[in-house]
Ligand binder design. Structure first.
Ligand SMILES: Cc1cc2nc3c(=O)[nH]c(=O)nc-3n(C[C@H](O)[C@H](O)[C@H](O)COP(=O)(O)OP(=O)(O)OC[C@H]3O[C@@H](n4cnc5c(N)ncnc54)[C@H](O)[C@@H]3O)c2cc1C
Length: 417
């Protein structure tokens, strides 16, 4: 039987875990609830990057050539289910509008206020949890096949450095070959982002934070978030240990947040971009030292605890439609030509669904029409990156402390009440 707690956090992905840990650390009694184990959904299988350079969230391309390629549905970086388009159209239209260069720049200025703390906030949580050595500090590489793309991206990186102070190094083909000797010599160079850090096991990191939450007295239980209902001045939810009442509730359900927010009467413009991964044994003595993005081809390779992880870009589909790892099938032969990959190590492709908003900003803050109800979702491509930042910001809001970042741009009220 559970006692009444100060707060219940619904969803134990990286975002929910960080919110719960930050609240517990501030002396609140917290129950973290999930229908599965911790970080077994989207937070399980991402590429492991904490993207300090990611001040411009991934926008919808506005050049005609890219649109044509995406329209033909033959690229690796984006793929869509034609049957999902009518339902996705309103979201895609808004996403397109927010991605126009002037608006995208405004979005980046709001987003950068969160991104600038992503490494320091993870480092603080890792130090607190006794896992200070968990981050790989080698940055990551955006590699290029053509001089045209390389020069365009070098110029863009210079502009972003001037605007936001994001550090990088330019590597020519020879320097890149020295850094990554097992990559095929087919590249013209790379951008080396030096500020980001990465982990070789995002699921493991989430569980390190969870264990510290439990050491501080927090409880992790199984239950269905959809059983949430108002109870006097707080909230009640059914768990595997019986009913739980809590003073406050936090919805941190990632790609499933809209199921509960809709039931509570909110009409938020949320959608998902699905993505896949597969692990490979590196062939022979081959070693990959950095996570790399094959920019023109549109897939990502990262050295992980389980092997070399190939992750794919955006699949526009209904969240619950069956897996269609088309992009993985397209990327695999190209990745094999770039880096010596041996056999697949997973029996089937893993799939996750990035929880997205059309303006590319997460939703962090108070529910507009309910007392003591809080939102923390919509982190899209950067839920690992921003989990620790969101955890601190929301915990400060809930406990009434001065916040370290102005939360106004991330309020759900920007989509109406
Ligand atoms: C291929 C891929 C690569 C990525 N690479 C990166 C990267 O390198 N860096 C980065 O920062 N981000 C990356 N991302 C994005 C990142 O993984 C997500 O933004 C992040 O995991 C979202 O975390 P979350 O806690 O919001 O959601 P989730 O991890 O999905 O957590 C939501 C939780 O809610 C639970 N839940 C749902 N419904 C219920 C219910 N009814 N009752 C109880 N519990 C429920 C689920 O079981 C789940 O545990 C990547 C994503 C993909 C798909």
């Amino acid at each position: 039987m559970l006692k009444r707690s100060d707060a219940v956090v619904l969803g134990a992905g990286i975002v929910g875990i960080c919110v719960a840990l930050h609240l517990q650390k501030r002396g609140r009694s917290v129950v973290l609830l999930d229908r599965r184990g911790a970080a077994e959904e989207t937070s399980f299988g991402n590429a492991g990057l904490i993207q300090r350079e990611g001040v411009y969230p991934y926008g919808f391309p506005h050049d005609f050539g890219a649109l044509l390629r995406y329209g033909l549905n033959r690229t690796i970086d984006a793929y869509y289910h034609p049957s999902a388009l009518p339902r996705l159209a309103p979201f895609l239209w808004k996403y397109w509008m927010y991605s126009r260069p002037t608006r995208h720049r405004q979005v980046a200025h709001r987003y950068s206020k969160l991104i600038e703390h992503c490494v320091t906030e993870h480092e603080a949580l890792a130090a607190l949890s006794g896992a200070a050595g968990v981050f790989r500090r080698a940055g990551w590489l955006k590699v290029f096949r053509t001089e045209r793309e390389r020069d365009k991206r070098f110029a863009e990186a210079e502009r972003i450095h001037r605007e936001f102070g994001i550090n990088h190094g330019f590597l020519d083909a020879r320097m890149l070959q020295d850094m990554e000797p097992h990559i095929a010599p087919v590249l013209t160079g790379a951008l080396h982002y030096t500020d980001p850090v990465s982990v070789d096991d995002p699921h493991g990191l989430a569980n390190i934070y969870l264990r510290h939450f439990e050491r501080l007295g927090g409880q992790f239980v199984q239950g269905n978030a959809h059983s949430l209902e108002a109870d006097g001045s707080g909230w009640r939810v059914r768990t595997a240990h019986g009913p739980l009442t809590a003073g406050s509730a936090v919805i941190a359900l990632g790609p499933w947040a809209d199921v509960l927010t809709r039931a509570l009467g909110y009409d938020l413009p949320l959608a998902v971009k699905r993505g896949y991964h597969m692990h490979y044994r590196p062939a022979g003595e081959a070693k990959l030292h950095h996570p790399i993005l094959d920019t023109e081809r549109g897939y990502f390779l990262a050295p992980m605890r389980q092997g070399i992880r190939l992750t794919t870009g955006a699949e526009f589909a209904r969240r619950d439609a069956i897996k269609t790892p088309v992009q993985l099938g397209r990327a695999e032969p190209i990745a094999r030509d770039l880096f010596p990959l041996a056999e697949r190590l997973d029996t089937e492709a893993w799939m996750g669904a990035r929880p997205c908003t059309p303006d590319m900003l997460p939703v962090i803050g108070k529910a507009p029409r309910h007392e003591r109800l809080w939102f923390a979702f919509g982190h899209a491509h950067h839920g690992l990156t921003l989990g620790a930042v969101t955890g601190r910001l929301l915990a400060e809001m809930i406990t009434g402390e001065a916040t370290f970042v102005d939360p106004a741009p991330y309020s759900a009220e920007r989509f109406g009440r």
